[in-house]
Design a protein around this ligand. Structure first.
Ligand SMILES: [Zn+2]
Length: 456
């Protein structure tokens, strides 16, 4: 009997829905039409027939239409969401080195070379970074982009054009949002006109790094005025500094309430929170919670860039991750920069970022690993305002299968195998020599294995 579903998966683990159970999922017309818990591992609705294929068959490039695909207990997650990248800067390290490893030199090194990149060069680097992230299972990205007005509006618009063209090109594969980094210490009419033009062209919101300004409050005022005028969300780099007196997050919270922008403002980095004493940090976090600010931690860049002035006990540089979570602030973890003067490493793989976050914030318990998983799935999805996100009946089919049976195994092993599906097609399939998952925990999975094998 031929399987008539567009997609039919069996023996899938859905850790965000319910752990230690396997599911059968069916899709038609690009949406999930049935998600059913299997009574027994390997137990199938035989009457719906169709040959059974495995992911290794898919990796071999064979057409599996009409087949039931047996995930053999592997994890299926909604496409991961990277809430903070800089696609336009990715892979620019060779052109823009950073000898000191400081944020200061990174900013100046990139600013020096930015006017020399053509639109096509910028777009090629952005495409490479976005597709690499897609291959690891990320199907939605918010990217900040440079807006270098000091070297002329044409330079700033070059990056904007590259970004918008790429957004169109990759639509249906990876959803891209772009936020221009509004220049600081600059309040000219030229700037207002350029931002107006960029937003009219289709940029998604307003960004910036007001803590770097000599007049941060004035910069923040101006960004809120623009956001209110154009009806756009705000996403700001905030207090990316070891200096405990940097507290733009508290002022941003104040403005958020004044403008009624609760739920539309995101603050990223927040490194100075860790440098403050307990009382001061608690006060800033309270004001953030009152204003319903959303936040993003970026451990890879901050571990690399911060603490450069320290000797001996060198600080980690990341924000107060656990305190923000305890205060109920929606906190995502994200990639930030990829192989550029801000961060010489990174590949756009949120599994790597998740593990780095776990190290940086001392998060290793089973419960904490599940929180980390949410910090790269449903929490950033809500920050990006993604509609119908997640594995649920009626939602669009958008997922990544990980080559691991459990959340704990995935964080520990960081398996290479990923199978990414979006917009009614397989977009990326990783060929793996073996999958370690099925035999990694014989005691826990003996029942599963025998159940599935009996059906083969
Ligand atoms: Zn950033």
């Amino acid at each position: 009997m031929v399987n008539t579903f567009e997609l039919h998966l069996i023996n899938a683990a859905l850790p965000l829905l319910e752990e230690k159970k396997l599911f059968e999922l069916k899709a038609a017309g690009g949406r999930w039409i049935s998600i059913r818990k299997q009574e027994q591992p390997g137990e199938l609705q035989e009457q719906q027939g169709g040959p059974i294929a495995t992911l290794s068959t898919l990796s071999d490039g064979r057409d599996l239409s009409g087949c039931r695909i047996d995930l053999e207990g592997r994890m299926l997650l909604p496409g991961l969401v990277d809430a903070h990248m800089h696609l336009d800067k990715a892979y620019s390290l060779s052109a823009a080195p950073n000898q000191s490893g400081t944020l200061y030199e990174a900013i100046h090194s990139y600013s020096r070379v930015a006017p020399m990149f053509t639109k096509e060069q910028i777009k090629a680097r952005m495409r490479k970074a976005a597709l690499r992230a897609l291959s690891f299972g990320t199907t939605a990205i918010r990217s900040h982009i440079d807006f270098h007005l000091r070297t002329g509006a044409e330079v700033a618009m070059r990056t904007v054009q590259a970004a918008l063209e790429l957004k169109e090109e990759l639509s249906g594969q990876v959803a891209l949002e772009f936020f221009p980094m509004c220049p600081y210490n600059s309040h000219t009419l030229l700037e207002q006109d350029a931002i107006h033009e960029a937003l009219q062209l289709g940029l998604d919101g307003l960004g910036g790094a007001p803590h770097l300004s000599e007049t941060p409050e004035r910069d923040i005022d101006r960004i809120f005025e623009l956001a209110a005028r154009y009806g756009k969300p705000i996403d700001l780099h905030a207090d990316e500094s070891d200096d405990p007196t940097k507290r733009t997050a508290a002022y941003i919270a104040e403005k958020t309430i004044a403008y009624g922008f609760q739920g539309c403002v995101t603050v990223d980095h927040l490194c100075s929170l860790s440098a403050m004493d307990e009382e001061a940090a608690a006060s800033v976090i309270r004001s953030m919670a009152d204003a319903k600010l959303q936040a993003v931690t970026l451990p890879a860049c901050n571990l690399y860039l911060q603490g450069r002035g320290d000797r001996g006990l060198i600080r980690r540089g990341t924000t107060r991750i656990k305190e923000l979570l305890e205060a109920g602030i929606p906190l995502a973890t994200a990639s930030d920069n990829i192989q550029d003067p801000f961060h010489p490493f990174g590949r756009g793989d949120l599994a790597q970022i998740g593990q780095l976050t776990a190290y940086a914030a001392h998060m290793g318990s089973p419960q904490e690993l599940r929180t980390l998983l949410r910090m790269m799935t449903d929490i950033p999805a809500s920050i990006l305002g993604l509609k119908e996100y997640g594995i649920a009946e009626g939602h669009p089919v958008n997922f990544v299968i990980m080559d691991a049976l459990t959340v704990d195994e995935w964080f520990a092993e960081q398996p290479a195998g990923r199978w990414v599906y979006n917009n009614r097609r397989w977009l990326s399939v990783t060929r793996t020599e073996h999958h370690m998952g099925w035999v990694s925990d014989p005691e826990q999975h003996a029942t599963q294995a025998s159940g599935v094998q009996n059906k083969k």
